[in-house]
Design a protein around this ligand. Structure first.
Ligand SMILES: *[C@@H]1O[C@H](CO)[C@@H](O)[C@H](O)[C@H]1NC(C)=O
Length: 306
């Protein structure tokens, strides 16, 4: 009986962790100057020349107002392994999606961010209103269940998901997996624009720290929401590379937490640097819907990740 139970637990652990764990990614320099300067400068010029034809089709579906923006944007595709061929292929794939299947999503994100920032400070309303299938989805994510906020230093974003508070069964019966994927890709497109403007303003290469709060998640229940989230996140990483910062998994159920602790030393360093398992209460349901709850989260992440 015991081994069987452990097997079930291990399977369930891998099902949970596999969709959420980020693949080791190319790490990015911390500042725009580092990412676009030094040895990268010539590579980015080369990449810019090689992708000019494709970019001319993308118009304002990429967040590049000037030459500096463009270099920053290209640096995210280049990463720091200096492979211009691979970066060119990624830029082309991204632009193909933006001008094809993803066109509506990218246009909606562009218009939403323009409206959100039209009066100086950021207002979230247009971002919610223009979200694809938002009329079906927004209600499930209200009250800070899915929340985007500026980090404490003001040079990056935090994307928090309190999966345990989301009625995932009702959500998944209200929308298709594709509709939910569109919604999360739109969130990526919004984040890309927000990170582009933060990078321009602060000189730091802004990224998004993902916080997944697993408190109250039924691991033996239906995984279709988590799977949809992870499929969209993989797709998003291909079209919007270089945006993902660390992932923090909060409040893994205790037994599972013990298993993870056992296996964590086996993860490669690149994964361990980007994936943190922690216990921390984010407050009552709805806490992230309040100023104070968000401030507590950004304080916590600043302490944790520095
Ligand atoms: C934020 O933290 C403070 C101090 O620990 C606490 O009093 C407050 O209730 C927290 N806010 C929320 C919304 O949880």
């Amino acid at each position: 009986m015991m081994p069987l139970r452990w097997l079930a637990l291990a399977t369930c652990a891998s099902a949970l962790i596999a969709p959420l764990a980020p693949k080791p990614r190319v790490t990015l320099q911390a500042t725009v100057a580092e990412a676009t300067g030094g040895a990268n400068a010539a590579l980015i010029d080369d990449l810019a020349a090689r992708t000019k034809d494709a970019r001319s089709l993308a118009d304002d579906l990429i967040p590049c107002g000037d030459d500096t923006d463009l270099k920053t944007w290209l640096a995210r595709f280049l990463g720091d392994d200096g492979d211009v061929d691979a970066a060119e292929a990624k830029v082309r794939e991204s632009i193909e999606w933006r001008t094809g299947e993803g066109k509506k999503i990218c246009e909606a994100a562009r218009d939403a961010v323009n409206e959100a920032t039209s009066e100086g400070a950021w207002t979230n309303k247009p971002v919610q209103e223009k979200a694809p299938h938002g009329s079906k989805i927004n209600a499930f994510f209200e009250g800070g269940r899915v929340m985007n906020l500026r980090n404490k230093q003001g040079d990056g974003l935090i994307y928090a998901i309190r999966a345990g508070d989301i009625d995932d069964k009702a959500l998944m019966s209200a929308v298709t997996v594709e509709e939910l994927a569109d919604f999360f890709l739109y969130a990526k497109a919004i984040n890309e624009r927000a990170c582009a403007s933060l990078s321009k303003r602060t000189g730091a290469l802004a990224t998004v720290t993902t916080v997944n709060d697993l408190a109250g998640v039924d691991l033996l229940g239906d995984a279709s929401f988590r799977n949809a989230l992870s499929a969209a996140s993989k797709q998003g990483d291909a079209y919007f590379p270089g945006l993902s910062g660390p992932t923090v998994l909060l409040n893994l159920p205790r037994l599972l937490g013990a298993l993870v602790k056992l296996f964590t030393p086996l993860f490669p360093e690149s994964v361990r640097a980007k994936l943190r398992f922690e216990r921390h209460e984010l407050g009552e349901a709805g806490a992230l819907g309040t100023e104070s709850g968000r401030a507590n989260l950004s304080d916590y992440i600043a302490d944790l990740l520095g």
